[in-house]
Structure formats: structure tokens, C-alpha cells
Design a protein around this ligand. Sequence first.
Ligand code: DON
Length: 611
Amino acid sequence: MHGHPQVLEGNEVTGDSAAGNLALKARWSDLQAHDARQVSRFEVDMLSIRWRTILFAFVVTLALVPSKISTQQVESVRSQAGMVSSQQWIASQVGADVLSSGGNAVDAAIATGFALAVTHPTAGNIGGGGFMVIRFPNGQSTAIDFREKAPLASHPEMWLDESGEYSSQVHHRSHKAVGVPGTVAGFDKANRLYGVAAWADLVQPAIDLAGEGFELSESLAGSIERFASRSPYEATVSAFTKGGAPYQIGESWSQPDLARSLERIRDERRDGFYQGETASLIAAEMRRGEGLITLEDLARYQARERNTIQGTYRGYDIISMPPPSSGGVAIVTMLNILEAYDLPGMGHNSAEYIHHLAEAMRRAYRDRAQFLADADFSDVPVQRLTSKEHATWLRRNIDSERASVSHPTDVEIVSESPETTHYSVVDADGMAVSVTYTLESGYGSGIVVPGAGFLLNNEMGDFNAGPGLTNESGLIGTTPNLARPQQRMLSSMSPSIVARDGALVAVIGTPGGRTIINTTLQLILNMVDFGMSITEAVAAPRIHHQWLPDRIRVESDGISAQVQSQLEQMGHIVQVGGRQGSANSIGVDLTTGERIGAPDPRSPDSGARGN
Ligand code: DON
């Protein structure tokens, strides 16, 4: 059983050093055996030897105290070697251990991803899909696309009933909402192409976590109780409760069926998922629930390697995900628009600044609705949309004092739920990996595959509703992103990497549906224009505008009443409230080379771990 870390209250500690690391680091296997030593999982950065000594004494003292449940303190962490930053600290530790054992950043990302499938079930997955962007130490980059695909029996009208009525329930919450999962194929491909570690070693930590169990945090215990109590599916209730009774905070949660599915993946790589027992269990559940995925769909699934989107912003290089994500294209478009303005002169989150951001966002999201889809199925004008000339054209009608108006011509937007997860990895050699993957909604379709113990996605909801079904209530019916056999649904996920003069600067990304693109944009602006550290850039309040609905959303306490009123006078509708994203990132201190893990304080279980 794995316990929660103790909270090191009141320390000005932000990372580790090689010496501190040696003293404080415990191997994952040791931690499994000696739960009381779990505190040593903190990779603690001490500013001096004196601090190191004091802290070491403190740690030893804590190690003698029986483990207590505590809220994970989300704080930044430093390392001279590698770093993993994710939404679940246990998974970050798994990745850091892979780095310590000689794996590279791709291997650590794979192991972290498998561990998140166990410890972060709202979004971590083997039944979903996502994207991995890799930057090599020589500055070259590549992307692995493991987005889900539409089953062979899909068609653009598949969410209409016999009388032609559109059903949101079928589109988003049924067995037909499940896309052919891509995660296992993506991880397999990434490891074969760019990993150095043995595959089995990357899956085994997740098997151990699923088989032996891990201690439930307050946040996760509450989340799975709420989820399971509403589930109509027997296998889901069985996986997420103790025979119908909720797990309590601090209890150990094991997932034996998931452990066995992971063992098949460990032993047979992708075939352990897309063939054999797991594939049969998925296909059987599809037949039972009138879903479309067949054994053939599973056997045919392939992850794809793609060229990254590359842009520049004030001397920085921006590397991000190409279609079927809209993220990289939209981020580069917005940066190109904003490059012409003196953003620091406006002031961070001032009315003038937010106005210019909103105008850039409005234009990029209109392009997104019009042009973006799986480029294997339609022509996406990537070069044009990411060119400086296109930005100049988009910028021509931005009034510095008045809001534009979004016109719902023939494009409208469907809502996306905010459950996905992003994590970042850097290894000692400087290889950087940025991964965002998802089940789409929190817990995806809510359907656990009976006997296989994992959740299936509801990613088909990211396809448009049906031909011509564009309306004021938020449906979109434009052609490029309609469901077709084997097409990948459009995504906003934007795993990204920032570099300058050949040096790695940051690994960034976030969940949050359509807000993903804007959160990632603001991380870049916060660092480049406002000189924020990665920790500050992640913590700073965020805003969002997505063309339609025509309004600016600002996080709770993100702006003053005066700034809100100034924006309203310019003609903007402003809504303040909620939280936007979970941008578990890593920055590099360019003077010392240290990696700074910056988990997002918006997520209570997130954490960064160095090796
Ligand atoms: O691919 C996409 O853009 C969406 N399915 C992502 C959903 C999402 O981010 C939910 N997350 N927090």
C-alpha cells in the first residue's frame, strides 16, 4: 500500500540538488516495503548545506511518525537531473524512478501515463487517447498521435434517431460515444521508436499500484464516490466501490481486473490490448450496449507519428501538437497576432491586455471552427493559418478600444467537458516530453469493461453533431469534423514545448476542453512577456474566450471589479468564476540548468518529482 506524503509545512524548499537527492531519495520498491519512509519521496531543494542538514533531520523525524492522511502540498521542485510533473504525485514518482533507473524522458512519460491510468481515473487511461510531443536534446522534435478513432461502422448521422432527431445522450453518453482507444498503441510506438527502457519495467509499477492498491486522497475518495453512486453500470460500481459501499479517505483502493489487463499489456505490448482477451472483453461490452467497436476496429488501430507544429514568438521557439489537435495551430496563430503589441506595457491581466487576448482568441477559435479537423480526412491549411501573414490579416480589424462581435455564420461550438490530464517530463540529457491524454468527460463514458477493469472514453462526442446541425444552442454541423469510419475527432489538447536559442525553456500543457489552448497560450505569455518563473506562470489567473459564446471567462478572483467594468465598457461580456485547467509543467532555469517542476496548485493531488 502506498501512503500520502507528509506535508513539509513552512519550508522555503523548492527543489533538490544532487547531494540532497542522494540523501533523501528512496526507490519506489523501498517505498512499497516501508510506508513510513514515504516522506523521503519529496525531492527537496535546499538552498544551502545548512538547510539540507536541518531538513534531513526534520525528514528523519517525520519518518518515525506513523503515516497520517494529509492534503498534498502542491509546490514546485528543483532537480539538476530529470523531472516529472503530473496531476497525481504517485504517478510523478513512478516516472522519476524510471529516470533514475536509466530510462529516458519518453520511457518516464509512458510509465507515468500507465500509473495515471490507475491513480487518476477521471482522465488517466488505457481506454482513451491523446498526444505526446517530444523534443530531443539536439532541438529536433516529433509528435505521437494516439487519438481515438471512429469505429468502421460510424457515419455522420450516427447520433440521429429514425425521425432525424439529434440525441446528445447517444452522442456523449452511450456505448456509441466510445472511440477506438489509442493510448496503449501510442505508448507502445513511443517506446519502440524513442525509448531505451524495457517495456515491462514501464508497465509494472502501474500493475503494482492496481494490484496492491494505493491510499485514497480526500479529493480522489470524494470523486470516485460521487461517480460510482450515479453509475448505472454494474462493472463500474464494482470497480469503484467495495461491493456498493464507498471507499473512505485513506483506505487502500486496489483494482484487480485492471491489474490483469495491465499484465497482458506488459506481456504482449499492444497485442495485449488490441488482440486476445482484452479485445474480446471490449467487443463483448460493445455488443451488449449496442456500441460499434469490433475486434477488427481494435486490431486495425495504429498510432501515428506526425510533424510538430512550429512557430516563433519574440525569439522563442514554440513546438506543439498538429491536427487532429487544433491546439498547436491556434496557439501559434494567437502568438503571431499578439507579437505586434506591447503586452508588458499594458500590464498583466489589465483590461487592455485581456481585451487584446480576447480579440486574438476570438479570431483563432473562429479559424478552428472553420478549418480544423483530422488532416488525414480533409485539407487543413496549417501553413497558412500559422503564418505571420495570416496573423497580420486577422489583426487588421482589432480595435484597441472596442470589442469585436462574433457572428455565428455557419459555425457554432459544442461544449466540451473539463476532464483530461497533462503531464511533463524532462530527463537529465534534456529530452523533453509533453503529454496530454484523456477519456473526454471525467471518467469518460463511465463504462468499465466488465472483467477488464478500465474505463472507456466518450471521445466520439468531439465529432460534430451531424451534417448541417449548426444552431444557436451550441451544436455544430460543419463538414470537416463529422464522424467517418477511421477518422480522428478534433481535439483541443495542446501538449507544447518552448525553447530559445537551441535550449529547452519549458514543457507545458493542461486539460480543460476548449480552454486548453488559451491556458497554454497564457503560460507562454506569462513567461515571455512578463518574465514569470514557471511556478508563477502556472499559478497566475487565466482567462478564456472561444469566439462563441461571445464572452470572456475569468477565473475566480482573477481580476478586480474595476478591470471587469473597463472590459464591459469596451463591449465585452465578462463572467468571473471557477478554475481553468491543471497545467502540470516543467521549466528550465537557463543559468543553472536546473529543471523546475511546477505542478498546478489548482489540483490537490498533483506533484512534481525529480530524480
Ligand atoms: O480532445 C479534446 O480536446 C477534449 N476531448 C478534451 C477534453 C478535456 O480536456 C476535458 N478536460 N479536462
